[in-house]
Ligand binder design. Structure first.
Ligand code: 2AM
Ligand code: CA
Ligand code: CA
Ligand code: CA
Length: 274
């Protein structure tokens, strides 16, 4: 991708993310209409929808030839990742947005013919913006994040992990393996925003993030960020991520990535059966 164009698109995305974040902060205490989607705990608010609509309008007016893949339905129906595709989660961590009024993010990954070129994750209430451009490293605001090249072993590692995966009835992963993993680790954390969990792995304050059910808008930006600091991002069976499908994900420092999958992750069924 042409560098000048990439820089221009990056600056547009950055200014829109900051503007959208400011609107959310201004309205954080406004009365909220909360609806549910796939289940009673799957929440959505008018702010999720308005924020995605804001990006859809901005992208379509400035870059009419670009595509948008978004969680809330204001984007395009894509069956392939051709051309320039903005993959947008307007509020990642809606439950945190509703219950905590913090710990949520705006996540934007920009892909060209399927290759991740630009990633932005904005921790809205903390006003912290993580960014990455392919081949140029990742940043937390103006600070360039260091490479994840330390050799901390698994027993001294902290993994972001949802306790859901330890319930025997979970349909995705053998819970006994997860229990062994939790025993081995120094500790676990669950932040409730996939985008922030990727950002924390990229920042080096978490050693990895293992999850079973992410959509492309949950990991599009995070995968770019983690890769830019030398981390590894794959599905939980080591297959490459697919940006058009729901997916399992392990993002982590390189030395513990294979160890986690080889020794602790046993998926229950073939993907096609889930
Ligand atoms: P969301 O807030 O944008 O929906 C919570 O553990 C993380 O998982 C959040 O990043 C959340 O994104 C995502 N998530 C929540 N419900 C989900 C669902 N039903 N399917 C896939 N991802 C979900
Ligand atoms: Ca959602
Ligand atoms: Ca999300
Ligand atoms: Ca969302």
């Amino acid at each position: 991708m042409d560098k000048q164009l990439r820089n221009e698109v990056f600056e547009s995305a950055k200014s829109w993310v900051l503007e959208a974040g400011e609107r959310i902060r201004e309205n954080i205490d406004a009365p909220r209409q909360i609806e549910t989607k796939s289940n009673p705990n799957d929440l959505v608010t008018e702010m999720d929808q308005q924020t995605e609509q804001f990006f859809a309008e901005k992208i379509r007016s400035k870059y009419p030839e670009h595509f948008l893949l978004g969680e809330e339905g204001f984007g395009d129906d894509l069956t392939e990742l051709k051309g320039m595709v903005w993959i947008v989660d307007p509020i990642d961590g809606t439950m945190n947005f509703v219950h905590q009024k913090r710990n949520f993010a705006i996540s934007i990954g920009i892909y060209v013919d399927g290759i991740g070129e630009i990633g932005l994750i904005y921790n809205v209430m903390e006003d912290v913006l993580y960014t990455a451009k392919r081949g140029e490293g990742a940043y937390k605001n103006d600070w360039k994040l260091p490479e994840l090249n330390h050799e901390r072993p698994l027993h001294q590692s902290i993994l972001a992990l949802n306790t859901t995966w330890m319930i025997p009835e979970n349909p995705y992963i053998e819970h006994t393996g997860v229990q062994e993993l939790v025993k081995k680790l120094r500790s676990t954390r669950s932040y409730g925003s996939a985008a922030l969990e990727f950002a924390f792995v990229a920042e080096g304050v978490m050693d990895g993030y293992l999850t079973m059910t992410l959509m492309p808008w949950d990991f599009a930006a995070g995968a770019i960020l983690v890769k830019e600091v030398g981390g590894v991002v794959t599905q939980a069976d080591k297959e490459p991520l697919n940006l058009l499908e729901k997916s399992t994900v392990l993002a982590s420092r390189s030395p513990i990535h294979d160890e986690i999958i080889d020794q602790y992750v046993s998926l229950k069924k073939a993907k096609s059966d889930r």
